[in-house]
Design a protein around this ligand. Structure first.
Ligand code: F6R
Length: 573
């Protein structure tokens, strides 16, 4: 949800450097982009569309000793050049880039207009630039409501303010980098300060000065090569193919920590798995894993709904929050609500140093490496892997869980051959012109039906719905017409016959049945074979749907790495 970057340097640097950083945040929004450089005067340029459009406009290099840039996911004010960031004050002295929503901006704008301030855009952000004309950053932070982070550039320095949305500062020898996350500058420096809510840092060529307590940098060891496409056409296919390694890395945890956390889960009462979007499907799976493997009931709730269920919490409750970015506002609000009821928080996170990780009592890293495609794939299978490991550990069978994940990683690697990919591509060619697609699953694979549908919706812009197979007769069958593609996820477990029966009910009403299963069945019109992975079947079974979504996106002319209207890190509620 909007990416912001900044550089302060002792020497002149070029605008290209800022845009290179900004491109690493493009997954956060791509409606419009803009840049401001501080030289002898403030230089500002903006453009609608992706960052490449702005690049074309910046006819040659602009240089300066300080600069900020922004890639936008529109919230307040439509997608126009005027609404693109940066926004400036009346005298064009202060440039602001912002991530978040100033919830009281209409009231503030009215007050500022009465005082004679002239506004050029319809955004909430512009109030920040005008407020800074007369007030300190501290006062502005206290005045604006909502979850926000902004960079304000004036007098050759940058002021970074965090109160809700994320911000990180990279400390290099002769440069200071600021960004919504550390990825844009990790190639330049591994020394990172993650700002906390309420932090204000002033960055000039002499250094970083916090209002209040000074923060020390920490070292981040992510492999930056993993954030590159390599020989793949898109990040999405690269990240799908990364999954054998991601599953194995997720299983490589500190045994003592896993045992301690699973013990905490066992001793808790009235606990919840919470997450949003794809991660919520991992959270629902985790609830099934705990019920099926550890025989322990843990509730499930999506982050945005959870605060309405907080009344059931006690100081014995544990919240296990799952998130790739660790910055999802709905998830952070949920843990805030839980903490208010004295519940403890454990998180399963992919991005080290993220807000969720820092706000949890205990945290497990999924170790999937940077995930760049907006649509989440390897983060999901690594979330499933860590949850499965916890469920095994909760019954004292951690080694069995680790062995299962190791074998699963190997099976997935063997499954992902060129021929396998081509088979799924051929299926995408057959069904790309269909309007609807339905997916059924049961038990451990019910959340996978939901996740498969989400993948197809977000990258191929096709209407897809996932259902529990048993629900068909309660209404869904009314949707089935001749030729409608229906995916049946059939695991080799106690649910097998029920899902086959569901597929049969669809087939006899004209549906085209695509079976994802270890074994073929007469009922399938198209069979995608998957290895039998026992309790890890959800990890294996989701992958063909990810591939199908990818190839459907290509067939339908969609960019698989950028989902229309979506941003990877949802830092607004
Ligand atoms: C879908 C997707 C989103 C995220 C959701 C939560 O492919 O990526 O649904 O899963 O926004 O994000 P995190 O996991 O960062 O909390």
């Amino acid at each position: 949800m909007c990416g912001i970057v900044g550089i302060v340097s002792k020497e002149d640097f070029s605008s290209e450097e800022l845009l290179m950083m900004l491109k690493k945040l493009e997954y956060r929004g791509y409606d419009s982009a803009g840049i401001a450089m501080s030289g002898s005067k403030l230089y500002m340029e903006k453009s609608v569309g992706k960052i490449s459009e702005l690049e074309k406009k910046l006819d040659g290099k602009i240089t300066g000793k300080a600069g900020i840039a922004h890639t936008r996911w529109a919230t307040t004010g439509s997608v126009t050049q005027l609404n693109a960031h940066p926004h400036a004050d009346c005298k064009n002295n202060i440039a602001v880039v912002h991530n978040g929503i100033v919830e009281n901006y209409l009231k503030l704008k009215k007050m500022l207009v009465t005082k004679g301030h002239k506004f050029k855009s319809d955004t909430d952000t512009e109030v920040i630039a005008h407020l800074l004309e007369d007030h300190s950053p501290e006062d502005v932070m206290k005045t604006i409501e909502g979850r926000n982070a902004f960079l304000a550039m004036y007098n050759g320095r940058i002021v970074a303010v965090k109160n809700g949305s994320p911000l990180a500062i990279g400390i290099a020898k002769d440069r200071y980098y600021i960004a919504s996350d550390a990825l844009p500058f990790l190639e330049k420096t591994r020394d990172v300060i993650f700002l906390d809510d309420g932090d204000i840092a002033e960055i000039d060529e002499k250094g970083v000065k916090f209002c209040g307590e000074q923060h020390e940098p920490q070292r981040i060891d992510w492999d930056v090569e993993e954030a590159k496409k390599g020989t793949y056409a898109h990040f999405l296919i690269k990240e799908i193919m990364d999954q054998p390694a991601a599953i194995e890395n997720a299983a490589t945890q500190n045994d003592e920590k896993i045992r301690e956390i699973s013990g905490m889960i066992n001793n808790s009462f009235g606990s919840f798995f919470i997450a949003c979007g794809t991660a919520s499907h991992a959270a629902l799976s985790a609830s099934y894993f705990f019920s099926g493997i550890a025989k322990k009931h843990i509730n499930f709730s999506v982050g945005s709904e959870f605060p309405l269920q907080k009344h059931f919490l006690t100081d014995r409750s544990l919240i296990i929050a799952i998130s790739q970015s660790g910055e999802t506002a709905d998830t952070l609000e949920a843990i805030k609500a839980a903490k208010g009821e004295n519940a403890k928080v454990v998180s399963i996170v992919n991005v080290p140093g993220s807000t969720l990780m820092r706000q949890s009592e205990y945290s497990l890293l999924t170790n999937a490496g940077p995930e760049i495609a907006v649509c989440s794939t390897k983060a999901f299978t690594s979330q499933l892997s860590v949850s499965l490991l916890l469920a095994y550990a909760a019954t004292g069978r951690l080694d069995e869980g680790k062995k299962l994940l190791k074998e699963t990683s190997k099976k997935v690697k063997e499954m992902l051959t060129d021929a396998y990919l081509m088979k799924i591509k051929s299926l995408a060619g057959k069904i790309a012109d269909k309007e609807h697609i339905y997916i059924i699953g049961k038990g451990f694979n019910y959340p996978i039906a939901l996740e498969a549908a989400l993948k197809i919706k977000e990258v191929a812009y096709m209407h897809a719905e996932g259902f529990a197979s048993g629900e068909l007769k309660h209404g869904v069958l009314a949707l089935i017409e001749k030729g409608v593609p229906c995916i049946a996820i059939v695991a080799d477990d106690e649910t097998k016959q029920d899902v086959i029966n569901g597929a049969a009910e669809i087939k006899l009403r004209g549906g085209y049945i695509i079976g994802i299963s270890p074994d073929n069945n007469d009922i399938f019109d198209f069979w995608i074979q998957v290895p039998d992975a026992g309790n890890a079947s959800p990890i294996v079974n989701v992958i063909p749907s990810q591939l199908l979504a990818y190839y459907l996106a290509l067939e339908r002319g969609c960019d698989p790495d950028y989902c229309r209207n979506l941003a990877k890190s949802c830092t607004v509620k």
